[in-house]
Design a protein around this ligand. Structure first.
Ligand code: ATP
Length: 459
């Protein structure tokens, strides 16, 4: 059964070193979390899986890693300066600050029940920062609230350097920042987070078909990460809830411990972004009396060879939250099991490609040199397979080791014992996380056994 409460997940994450409250020794900081030794592995594995699916498995997508800090005019012409806002309500009595669209009743304070609350006011979510040593009216810019703008501003660079024709995509993973009014629900809503975004450019008129295709592909990808189909829903965003750039958005919702909420949004951004950066150029081209670096001077269009004209492509954007992804796979994987002997165990049934530790190698005896050395040699050999982290762990308590590795989702444990150093073939015991089944494998066969295991799990 998946995790029942967020508290169970928070507790496991802290206990085992997945995720810690940010700035904890100073009393913490709302909306900021740090990924610990196992969290960073899980997060990197999820990123790698996304990159493989979006870039390597396709031949129509290129990668990019743009700067977080960009020219402030990017956000003026993208529309974020004027419209990237959430409606905020303040309570005069308890001073609580709330997001109006999250309140049960916008006339009643969620915290204290007072009716002395302000009308909703627009609050811009972008973090403003100062660039360079001089602080003046001109020296500001923003931390990016989405990675997407770096893709739009590099559109021409990518087209020119790769000779891409429509349809094609540009993929990027990176940090985004939003000064959320009320960060909450652990790493679900934070102020600093990572996004995995694809901007997929197509001919106008083919956009709706590509939108449908990407919604389906993205759902399948989440299933491949282990999420159960019955815990995923689609929400068709309408009216005022649509972002300023979107013609249509389908949100992929997951059943988090606090309820169904957005894991990924798949938006049809039309030609809005490329169009507005191009318009900035037309309005404020080099000939105009403006400073050269203040406005985009690059026409963001591609040549349609069939129709012999320039077109500004339409863009479909699957935008997934990496932190929300980590929370979703943890929620799904967390399982409490009653065992036959009456005890119970917590096991994190992560897909093997996401597991922070792929294999743990455990010597049966802590102080028996030959066993310890044999275990170290196995670890070193398996590490070279390039599967991810293989852990040598010399605590001398194999039973406890199994429990701990169940809790952190290690798919396989290898125990090295007296048989390994005494018997021909140097047999070891391989123990499976989910079934707890054990099998004996000769040391020389281990690399192919382990490789086969991980390849078959991926299939
Ligand atoms: P929400 O409605 O939950 O505020 P959004 O619709 O503003 O999210 P998008 O702008 O579509 O979110 O961003 C794309 C993805 O980025 C989201 O689906 C989510 O996974 C992630 N994301 C957005 N805001 C946050 C946040 N504050 N913390 C963590 N992840 C976020």
């Amino acid at each position: 059964m998946p995790a029942k409460t967020m508290d169970e997940l928070v507790s496991l994450c802290k206990r085992r070193g997945f995720i810690f409250q940010g700035s904890e020794i100073y009393g913490g900081m709302q909306g900021a979390y740090d990924y610990g030794p196992l969290g960073v592995e899980l997060k990197n594995n999820l990123k790698d899986a996304w990159w493989r699916a979006m870039v390597y498995d396709r031949d129509d997508v290129e990668g990019l890693d743009a700067a977080i800090i960009q020219n402030k005019y990017v956000y003026k012409y993208s529309g974020h300066e004027d419209t990237f806002t959430d409606p905020m309500v303040d309570c005069h009595d308890c001073k609580a600050r709330m997001r109006a669209d999250h309140m049960k009743d916008i006339k009643v304070c969620d915290q204290c029940g007072s009716t002395k609350v302000t009308e909703p006011r627009d609050f811009n979510l972008m973090f403003k920062t100062n660039v360079g040593p001089m602080v003046n009216e001109e020296s500001y810019t923003y931390l990016r609230p989405e990675t997407a703008q770096g893709i739009f501003t590099n559109f021409k660079n990518v087209v020119d350097s790769t000779s891409r024709a429509l349809p094609f995509g540009i993929a990027q993973i990176g940090k985004s920042f939003r000064n959320e009014i009320t960060p909450r629900n652990f790493i679900f809503r934070v102020r600093e987070f990572e996004q995995m975004e694809l901007e997929f450019f197509c001919k106008p008129g083919e956009d709706e078909q590509w939108h449908d295709t990407w919604v389906k592909l993205r759902k399948q990808w989440w299933l491949d990460q282990g999420l159960a189909e019955e815990n995923i829903q689609f929400e068709y965003v309408t009216g005022d809830d649509l972002a300023h750039y979107s013609k249509a958005t389908v949100d992929i919702l997951y059943k988090f411990p606090h309820g169904y909420e957005e894991l990924e949004g798949v938006a049809n951004r039309t030609d809005y972004d490329l169009g507005s950066h191009t318009k900035a150029q037309e309005e404020f081209g080099l000939s105009a009396k403006v400073k050269k670096n203040e406005h985009s001077t690059t026409k963001l269009a591609v040549r349609d060879l069939e129709e012999n004209k320039n077109v500004v492509p339409f863009c479909i954007e699957p935008s997934a939250g990496l932190d929300r992804g980590v929370l979703a796979v943890l929620t799904e994987a967390y399982t409490e099991e009653e065992l036959e002997n009456g005890s119970s165990r917590i096991v994190l049934k992560l897909k093997p490609h996401l597991a922070p530790i792929k294999v743990a190698v455990l010597p049966l005896k802590k102080n028996k040199t030959e066993i310890v050395e044999a275990a170290k040699a196995i670890k070193n050999r398996l590490q070279k397979l390039g599967l991810g982290r293989i852990l040598f762990e010399n605590t001398g308590n194999v039973g406890k080791g199994y429990r701990r590795h169940d809790e952190v989702g290690t798919p396989l444990c290898i125990t090295v014992d007296f048989d390994t150093i005494e018997q021909e073939g140097a047999p070891v015991t391989v123990r499976h996380r989910d079934t707890m089944a054990q099998e004996v494998v000769n040391t020389a066969d281990l690399p192919s056994f382990i490789l086969n295991y991980f390849v078959n799990q991926e299939a």
